[in-house]
Design a protein around this ligand. Structure first.
Ligand code: NAP
Length: 290
């Protein structure tokens, strides 16, 4: 199975490339430099030349706060360019696997969000990702849209790496305790995408992947520091305290609750999503010597 991968140096892209051989996938990876997905001619030419059996789009504009003042760029990557990939997939009659986000929801629901719950993004990033979902549904017959949340890995920019850096620099740190979600490792997402791709189900549609269980950013930070200490990482941090969203203003508003219900994915593809705590241990092990 030959899979064309965009954004191959991002968090999920890196894990997709690393896992490919053990999953029986021939991955042809393109990063931002080798395939800018906002270049329509380049996208169509690349797909025509490589003739993949499917495309996984791991490229995205993911700077949530910057997107508020950079709307055109966010939409160019997260919506218009996704349309080019969808068009290429439709032309060649191949599936598109596209990653989306919990930020399509406004966070007001009590309990976890199911795939069919109403979407209502709070900011430009979420709006641009929602527009990307819509263009995939419009142009492709064979597609999986996989929404995920709070992605972490040993690569790129993410909350785990930010906490470890701050924990080494500061003795006191306040972290938001009134926003809830499910941290999800890029490796678990990559594994899941390959399982969906390899499955005979071909149950095209929209799915959620997030690792149990729900926590706040504060609780996630607490787990990160406890695990770091357990693994002998030296930290300057002495006090971690809970703060409210109002104490940490950001350009983009975040959903208060973005927990994703993953029942549909688990049932249709017969898989069990492991806990983020297990993935966190592995990621911190990988980061230990960095
Ligand atoms: N990170 C999260 O917490 C989170 C949460 C929910 C959903 N998601 C979704 O999960 C997916 C993967 O996210 P991630 O965390 O792996 O993102 P990431 O680490 O930011 O990786 C995205 C990659 O896309 C590349 N890219 C940006 N613009 C591009 C373009 N025009 N052409 C080609 N490549 C381009 C970036 O390259 P450069 O850096 O060189 O520009 C980067 O390597 C995305 O769809 C994202 O929306 C992420």
């Amino acid at each position: 199975m030959k899979v064309l991968m965009t954004g191959c140096h991002g968090q999920v892209g890196t894990e997709l490339m690393a896992l490919a051989p053990s999953c029986g996938v021939e991955a042809i990876g393109f990063d931002h430099n080798t395939l800018d997905i906002t270049d329509k001619d380049a996208v169509l030419a690349c797909v025509a030349q490589e003739k993949p059996s499917s495309i996984i789009n791991a490229a995205a504009y993911t700077a949530v706060d910057k997107a508020e003042s950079d709307k055109d760029a966010a939409f160019a990557v997260n919506a218009t360019a996704v349309g080019y990939l969808a068009e290429a997939c439709a032309q060649h009659d191949i599936p598109l696997l596209h990653i989306s986000t919990d930020y399509v929801f406004d966070g007001s629901k009590q309990g976890a969000y199911a795939e069919e719950d109403g979407v209502s993004p709070l900011g430009v990033y979420g709006e641009s990702k929602l527009a990307g979902e819509e263009v995939v549904r419009e142009l492709c017959e064979q597609y999986y849209i996989l929404r995920t949340s709070w992605v972490f890995s040993a690569h790129g920019n993410n909350f785990v790496k930010t906490m470890l850096r701050l924990g080494k620099e500061r003795d006191t740190l306040g972290v938001v305790s009134d926003q809830y979600g499910k941290p999800t490792s890029a490796r678990e997402i990559a594994h899941t995408l390959y399982k969906m791709l390899m499955s005979k189900q071909q149950a095209w549609g929209t799915y959620h992947i997030a690792q149990p269980e729900v926590c706040s950013w504060f609780a996630f930070a607490d787990s990160i520091f406890k695990e770091a200490k357990k693994q002998g990482i030296p930290l300057a941090l002495e006090t971690l305290h809970a703060i409210g969203t109002a104490d940490y203003p950001t350009p983009a508003q975040r959903p208060q609750n973005s927990a994703l219900d993953c029942t549909k994915l688990e049932e249709i593809f017969n898989l069990t999503i492991k806990s983020w705590q297990d993935s966190l241990v592995k990621v911190i092990e990988e980061l230990k010597d960095v």
